[in-house]
Structures are given as C-alpha cells and as structure tokens.
Design a protein around this ligand. Structure first.
Ligand SMILES: [Zn+2]
Length: 348
C-alpha cells in the first residue's frame, strides 16, 4: 500500500520511509506531477523551472542567429508547454514559486524581442501579443471546468461538483454557487478558483455548449495578432528597431531612465529621445531626409494627400506602422527606418 503524507512525518528533505506493509512517501510523482506530503507545489514548480531553463538556455544560444519568428516557435513548442503542463493544479502554489515561472517567461520574451533586461514587462507582452503566463493559467482553468460541465471528461467529475452546485442558479444563469472554504489555500485550489473565474464570465460564454467553441471563444477574446512587419528585417536591425519601440534602446534618454547613462543628452545638446533621433536631430541628416522622403512617397502612392502624409509621418508610424496601410506598405516603411538605423551608425 502506498500513501502520501501522514501527521508524524517530517517535511523536506524528501525520502521514503518504510513501515511494515506500508510505504509512506513524502514526494510522489504521478502523471508528471510531483505530489508532496503537505500538498504544496514547490517541488513540482522547481522541477519544471529547471527543465524549462535548460531548454530556454539552448534557444538563447541562437538568439542572434535565428529570426524572431523561429525563436517564438521554439519557445512556444519546447519551453512553454513544460511550464504549463498541469498548471490548473499547481496554480494553487505559493506566489513566490509561481514567480519563478513568470521570470523564465520574461527572460524568453527578452530573448525573442532582443530587449534589454530592465525593459517594461507590459510593453514586452504587448509586443508579442500574448496573454501573461498567469492569465493563461486562468484561461486553462476555465477551459478545464468548461470541459467538465460540457461532459468531455468522465461524468464522475461532474458528479463530484454538486456539493457546490446550485441547480436553481445554474439553470437561470449558468453559474455555480461558491464552495465554502475556511483557508485561502483551499480557495486557490482548482475547484473553488475555477468556479470563481467561471462565474465572472459573460453569460453568453457560460452558455456555450461545445468545448471546441468555448476554447475558440476564450482564445479569440484573449489573443491579438502581432503585425507581421514587427518581424521584418535582418535579426540585428530588427532588434535595434524593436528596442526603439520598447523604449529600451541605447539612446541616452532610454539609458538615463534606468540609470546606466550619466546623461540623457545627444551629442548635439538636445535630449536624445526616440523622436529626436528619428526625426529632429541634425546628425545623419542625409540618411534621415532619405528615409523621410521615401516614407512620404509610400504614403502619397497610397493616395493620401501631402497634408495627410505629413500628419501621419511621426514616431508611431516609424516604430509601429499603421493598420490603414497594407502589410507590404508597412514593411517598406520598416525597411526605410532600418536602413536609416544602419546608416546612422548610432548603435555600432
Ligand atoms: Zn541630436
């Protein structure tokens, strides 16, 4: 007979204690999850973090060789699944432990985008348009509870829910009554936490009766598409362009903000902001005029008036493109900007 836990057994370090006819384990790996005597997820998170870090390390060796899209695919297929297997369970873990996984994903985001260590994390997530790793765990919990409700899982799982199941309310609003709990730790476990998330969903989502449709709706509501032209250009120039967009470039104003430059001034005496570098500075004037003329030509060819083109020609267009333009037009604008970045030799 094998059991997990027991009131008289010490916690870590893990070992196995044998008693007559009865084996007690402090840690037991079951279906890839490390279950511990005290039901914390420290061991499991530590194990998957180690595995994920190793894999991310392999990807990082190719940070400057592979294009951004390849790095994204490698992370999404080889690293993130390691950190998400069983996440509906271990999301109840200690915040400090979960933070380890968050930090690995932040490191991955910096690898993919080429951003600096202290780059703003919200901007990084916005750059790749992913939900945060915490949000993905929430979505996975909703999807899993939905799968139980829609009876894609064995029916005994749904049969176990009636303790918390308010039939009258469920019929009208497709909501669950919140299960009673006395400890916060229990509140964070799968059933209560998923019910809380489920009850906050809009009614039309709670009424979806197909798991495929539910997954697709959750995905649609929580993901955005990255503009293809964000991946444009050779890797070194794409990184420099991206860093300007993320406000973590080697321009003095960006470096001054995080304390790695004594000054925020350009060699011309003005504050060296992104706008100053791309549009205003007198340095590299020929390259700048060439870039701005080329971009103006693209806008005029689109059918915009000179006035409209002048109004549109700003930092946002140069760094983020514009949705009214086609992908090809935005790529041509990005090409002009990256030629300027290269010719200005500001970051060499
Ligand atoms: Zn200047």
């Amino acid at each position: 007979m094998c059991s997990v836990g027991g009131p008289t057994i010490p916690l870590m370090p893990a070992s196995t204690s044998y008693q007559t006819g009865h084996v007690q384990l402090y840690i037991h790996k079951h279906l890839g999850l490390f279950l511990t005597k005290n039901l914390t997820w420290k061991k499991h998170i530590s194990e998957i973090a180690t595995k994920a870090r190793k894999r991310l390390g392999c990807i990082q060796k190719h940070k400057y060789r592979l294009c951004r899209r390849s790095l994204e695919i490698l992370y999404l297929t080889f690293v993130r699944p390691v950190m998400e297997y069983g996440n509906v369970m271990f999301d109840a873990g200690n915040q400090e432990d979960l933070e380890i996984l968050t930090n690995i994903e932040k490191e991955a985001l910096r690898t993919i985008t080429g951003a600096r260590y202290r780059c703003n994390i919200e901007l990084l997530y916005n750059e790749v348009k992913w939900p945060t790793i915490e949000k993905r765990r929430e979505l996975q919990k909703i999807a899993t509870l939905g799968k139980i409700i829609i009876k894609k899982f064995p029916s005994y799982l749904l049969d176990d829910l009636p303790t918390f199941y308010d039939n009258a309310r469920m019929n009208r609003r497709n909501k669950f009554a919140s299960p009673p709990y006395h400890k916060d730790y229990y509140k964070k476990s799968f059933v209560p936490a998923s019910i809380e998330l489920w009850n906050q969903l809009p009614l039309d989502i709670r009424c979806i009766d197909s798991y495929k449709a539910l997954k697709s709706r959750l995905k649609r509501d929580n993901t955005k598409k990255v503009p293809n032209y964000y991946r444009y250009g050779t890797r070194p120039l794409n990184i420099l362009h991206t860093k300007l967009r993320l406000g973590c470039s080697d321009l003095n104003s960006d470096k001054f903000l995080i304390g790695i430059s004594d000054t925020d001034l350009c060699s011309c005496g003005e504050i060296e902001s992104v706008e100053h570098y791309l549009l205003e500075c007198g340095n590299n004037l020929v390259a700048k005029v060439t870039m701005l003329d080329s971009i103006t030509d693209i806008l005029l060819a689109k059918g915009l008036s000179q006035q409209m083109a002048d109004d549109m020609l700003g930092v946002d267009l140069l760094l983020k493109g514009d949705p009214i333009l086609s992908i090809e037009e935005n790529e041509r604008i990005f090409k002009c900007v990256q030629i300027f970045i290269n010719d200005s030799k500001r970051f060499t």
